[in-house]
Design a protein around this ligand. Structure first.
Ligand code: NAD
Length: 357
C-alpha cells in the first residue's frame, strides 16, 4: 500500500540513536562525543541501584545521581533536581528509566538547556519527543521545546528484560497508541505513517514472544525498536481523542498511565474509524480483523492486558465527569466529539466490553 501524499510537511528531530544489547556500556564514549565531562544520572527511587551501575559506566565523568523521578513530573521535584544539577556543575544529563525518568531529565533541560542522553527501560517513547508533561497543584500541562528533545538515545534490550510482564504489555500498548493515532494525524507525512506501520508490526510480531519468554533478547530488541518508531511518530505529529481521554483519566482521576492507554486504545480507534476508515486499514491488515478497534481489542486480550477501567479503581459515577472533561478543550480529532458517543465509549471501556462497532 502506497503512503504517497501529494502535499505534506515532515518535521524530523536531529537525534543520535544507538541500538543494541549491551550498548549502555558505550555511555562513556557518548558523553565524550558530546564534549561533556560531568554527568548527572537521573532515575526513580525503585531504580536507584541502576544509577550506581551507570555512574560506574561513566567513570570519572559521573558527578552526581538524583533518584527522585516521579510519575507526571511534579514541578517541585524538577526544581530541586535543577538546583542540584547547577550546584554540582554538571554538563550532561543521563536519564535511565521509563517516561517518568525521561520527564525529569527533560524538565531539568528545559531550565538549563543541558544536553540529555536517555537510556529507556520501558516502551513509553518520551525519549523521542520534544514534549514535556509536568504537574503543579494537581494540574498537568504540556510544553514543547527543542530544549527538551534528548540529543542521544541508547536502546539496550538487556535493560528492558527486568520490566515486569504486566508493565511490558501495557507499556507496549502505550507505545502502539502513538502509532495508531499517528495514522490519522492531520499533520502526518509519508515518513510518520511508515514509522507507525513498522512500529505496530514490530510489537505485533515480538510482543507475543516476549510474553512467553521475557528475557528473549532478540524479541525484547524488536519491541524496543517498535518503541523507538512509535515514540518518533509521537514526536512528529499531533495526537487526538485517544491521548486526550488518557490525559483526562490520568490527570483528573489519577489512573495509571500505561494501563489507561492499554484499555482506551481499541475504543478510541473504533470511534474514529467512522471518520477515517481508509487510514486505519494498516491496523486491520496487521492484526487480521476488518475492524481496527476490534483487532486491537483482540490483541490486547490475547496479551493479557487489562481491559476494564473499573479494574484500575475508577468508579462508575465518575464517567459523566470524565466525558465532560474530554469534551472540554478537545484536541483536534478526525471525528467530531459527540458527548453521548464519548460517554458510551467510556462505559464500554469501564466494563471491559469490546468496542462498539
Ligand atoms: P514510569 O517511568 O513511571 O515507570 C513505572 C515504574 O516502573 C517506575 O517505578 C520505574 O522505576 C519502573 N521501571 C521502569 N523500567 C523498569 C524496568 N526495566 N525494570 C523494572 N522496573 C522498571 O512509567 P512509563 O509508563 O514509562 O512513563 C510514564 C510517564 O511518562 C508519564 O508521566 C507520562 O506522561 C510520560 N510520558 C511522556 C511522554 C512525552 O513524550 N512527554 C511520552 C510517553 C510517556
Amino acid at each position: 500500500m502506497s503512503q504517497f501524499k501529494d502535499s505534506f510537511i515532515a518535521n524530523t528531530a536531529a537525534v543520535r540513536v544507538r541500538f543494541g544489547a549491551g550498548v549502555r556500556r558505550m555511555l562513556g564514549e557518548e558523553i565524550e562525543s558530546l564534549g561533556a565531562t560531568r554527568a548527572l544520572i537521573v532515575t526513580t527511587a525503585p531504580q536507584a541501584a541502576m544509577a550506581e551501575e551507570f555512574a560506574a559506566l561513566c567513570g570519572s565523568a559521573a558527578v552526581g545521581t538524583f533518584t527522585e523521578a516521579s510519575m507526571h513530573t511534579p514541578v517541585d521535584i524538577s526544581e530541586r533536581a535543577t538546583a542540584y544539577a547547577k550546584k554540582i556543575g554538571c554538563d550532561v544529563l543521563v536519564a535511565v528509566g521509563g517516561g517518568s525518568t525521561t520527564g525529569l531529565a527533560k524538565a531539568i533541560a528545559l531550565r538549563t538547556d543541558l544536553p540529555q542522553i536517555v537510556i529507556p527501560t520501558t516502551y513509553a517513547g518520551s525519549e523521542a519527543t520534544a514534549i514535556l508533561g509536568q504537574t503543579k497543584n494537581d494540574l498537568k500541562t504540556t510544553v514543547s521545546s527543542p530544549k527538551v528533545q534528548p540529543e542521544v538515545i541508547l536502546y539496550d534490550a538487556e535493560l528492558i528484560t527486568t520490566l515486569p510482564i504486566s508493565m511490558t504489555i501495557t507499556s507496549a500498548l502505550n507505545a502502539m497508541a502513538h502509532a495508531a493515532e499517528g495514522l490519522y494525524a492531520r499533520d502526518s507525512s509519508p515518513i510518520s505513517t511508515l514509522l507507525a506501520i513498522e512500529g505496530l508490526r514490530a510489537f505485533r510480531d515480538a510482543l507475543p514472544k516476549v510474553k512467553v519468554t521475557p528475557n528473549d533478547i532478540e524479541a525484547r530488541g524488536e519491541t524496543l525498536y517498535g518503541a523507538w518508531l512509535c515514540g518518533t511518530v509521537l514526536g512528529q505529529v499531533g495526537m487526538a481523542l485517544h491521548h486526550k481521554l488518557c490525559h483526562t483519566l490520568g490527570g483528573s482521576f489519577n489512573l495509571p498511565h500505561a494501563e489507561t492507554h492499554a484499555i482506551i486504545l481499541p475504543h478510541a480507534i473504533a470511534y474514529n474509524r467512522q471518520a477515517v476508515p481508509e487510514l486505519l486499514v494498516p491496523i486491520s491488515e496487521l492484526f487480521g480483523d476488518s475492524n481496527p478497534g476490534m483487532a486491537l481489542y483482540r490483541f490486547a486480550a490475547q496479551m493479557g492486558a487489562p481491559l476494564a477501567l473499573r479494574d484500575l479503581g475508577l468508579e462508575e459515577v465518575m464517567l459523566d465527569k470524565a466525558a465532560d472533561l474530554a469534551m472540554a478543550n478537545p484536541y483536534w480529532n478526525p471525528r467530531p466529539l459527540e458527548r453521548k458517543a464519548i460517554r458510551d465509549l467510556l462505559q464500554a471501556a469501564f466494563v471491559g466490553d469490546a468496542p462498539d462497532l
